[in-house]
Every structure is written in structure tokens, then in C-alpha cells.
Design a protein around this ligand. Sequence first.
Ligand SMILES: [Zn+2]
Length: 187
Amino acid sequence: MQLKPLTDFYAGRFALFKARIFVFLKGLVMVNDQYYMKLALEEAKKALAIEEVPIGAVVICKDKVVGRGYNFKERAHDPTGHAEIIALRDAANNLASWRLDQCQLYVTVEPCPMCAGAIVQARIKRLVYGAADPKAGATGSLYNLVEDERFNHQVTELKGGVLAEECRDLLKGFFNSLRKTDTRKGG
Ligand SMILES: [Zn+2]
């Protein structure tokens, strides 16, 4: 008769322990996500340095950076020269495989329809983005192509809003300075 309360006691302790482990692991994932988003931000700053729209991306596979990219559209005269496409190509090249189903993609701004399509094509496992893009975002804002079950692949996890403010500020600063330059030209 005394066993039951004792079992309950240990069950309770175990539940608490599990909850703590969960919070701890969630914290670790959050710290990791911020760390990798900072790497994507470094890529975005490279775009900024050459007056491209500052968006950056990194592909992570088994805790290693396997692909990097930043927006290179103007320089390359390439409408597909988005950070995600460049990072995916870099990762596929480094891993000698187009199938990136063990990889995570971190990008500073929510992907457009083209990049969301490429993420599905590459079978990316997990997608993390910084700032949402209400005007062109295709992973939650206007569409959600990476979780659409009509396609043959969906990401297992989609997470937005990681270091969103930093990612957005970088863009805002760029467009503000562009506007100022335009005004000077006009005047
Ligand atoms: Zn794109």
C-alpha cells in the first residue's frame, strides 16, 4: 500500500526532471539558432559592403557550416542570385549531393517563392529565418510553400523571428541610405 505514493512521488520527480531537460534543450536550440543566424548576418553584411540588398544565408549540416551565400543579384545580373540559392548551391557542391535532407538553412529574411521552392527541391530538413517579409515571404507571410503537404517534401521544422530585429535593421538601414542617395541625385 505504501508503494503507490512512492511511485507517484518518483513519477512526479521524473516529470519535473523531463520538463527541466526539455527547457534546457530548448534553450540550447535557441542559443544555437542565434549563433547560426549571426553567421547568416555576417553574410548579409558582405552584401551590404558591395551595395547589394543585405540578405545572407548559411547551410548547416551536423553542426558544420557547409554552405554560405549573400545576395549577389546586381553584381551577377542574375535574377536568381538570392542568398539562399547561392548558399544551397555552395552546400550541394561541398557535399557533392543536391539532397540536403540532413541540413538546416538559416537566412536573415523570410524566403521568396523561388527560394522556398529551392528549399523544397533541396529537401532541407529545417528552415530558420530572421525577419518576416510581408510583401514577398513564401514561408508563412503570403504563402507557406515549405510546409505545403501537396508537395513531395516539407521541412520538419520552420522557425521565424530569430534575431529578427537585427536582420530587419540591416535592411532598413540599407533602404534608408538608398533613399537618401536617390534624393541627392534628384536634387
Ligand atoms: Zn529568394
